[in-house]
Write a protein that binds this ligand. Sequence first.
Ligand SMILES: *Cc1c(COP(=O)(O)O)cnc(C)c1O
Ligand code: SF4
Length: 353
Amino acid sequence: MTRSNDGPAMTWQEELQNSVSDGEELARELGCDPKAVEAVITRYPMRITPYYLKLIKQCDALRLQAVPDLRELDDPVGMDDPLGEENLSPSPNLVHKYPDRVLLLVSSQCAMYCRFCTRKRKVGGAAMQFSETGFAAALDYLRRTPSVREVLISGGDPLLLADARLESILRRLREVPSIEVIRIGTRTPCTLPMRITPELCAMLRQFHPLYINTHFNHPAELTAEAARACTLLADAGIPLGCQTVLLQGVNDSAETLRELFCGLLRLRVKPYYLMQADLTKGTSHFRTPVKDGLAIMRQLIGTVSGMAVPKFVLDAPGGKGKIPLTPDYITAMQNGKLEFTTWQGLPCSYPLE
Ligand SMILES: *Cc1c(COP(=O)(O)O)cnc(C)c1O
Ligand code: SF4
């Protein structure tokens, strides 16, 4: 049973307990086809917090991110592991792709299961196991690999762990002298903002330099509750970034993204990446043509604060890493001159040497 949202504020644990995770309940809330939902969630789980359900009812663009769609089951293009993460794992749940940083997965749970998730194959499922022995092996690898200066903690969502569990992970990472920076990736400021408590922030601030990259995709997600969560984190001295996924029908317009990125900046969240959707099986209906993203970037660059403009990136299939996708401003390099168009589209040149 979903409790009414009008009563006293729920704790984050209560929000999770009251989340919608079956077709009948979702059908009662949103009037969708319960059979279709059930068919999809036997393969890919669903969880929608009461908080996010309320937002969906107010804004159609949010619905696509959270509500299962039969097209997830009928995708001939996508791959289960588009980023080749399983092949880049020196120990379970550790992905080492770049020379100086690793990705450490610590939780299989998320507050909401995004329908477009790159790790759709395993989030929320039994295939993603986290044991103390696995973590010990990861720590051992990090001690033996001092070229790694940064650990990016992700999942699933690390903030679905209890404070004490997360603290124990952070403490042991901090004991590795070669690790300079810790970065946490979490969508909870967007999907479960009540997770950000003063106690959590007091715990996190012991482990500076600690960064958080969160994940908002639409301006309707920038609620008073989300603002409160970001303020608490920023006031704990945690620099905040945002990784937005470009999604067909959700946020694929310059107007929507401009409002999102400027709104984030007001919350002290720096838009970090705008990500071209990965070739993940079950997500093809979200993918936008690359040229659309480039056109959107062109409309943003120069027209809003440079701080509000993220890097548009593509994560290369097979674990070959992210590359920036940049609109082409250079028109020629000839006769000793770089010829280019300005952000306003005017021709201009500059000496090459
Ligand atoms: C994205 C990613 C990182 C972090 O890359 P940045 O460009 O530093 O944000 C690290 N490891 C893996 C496996 C990644 O996919
Ligand atoms: S919060 Fe992140 S990891 Fe979890 S389902 Fe959404 S995109 Fe995937």
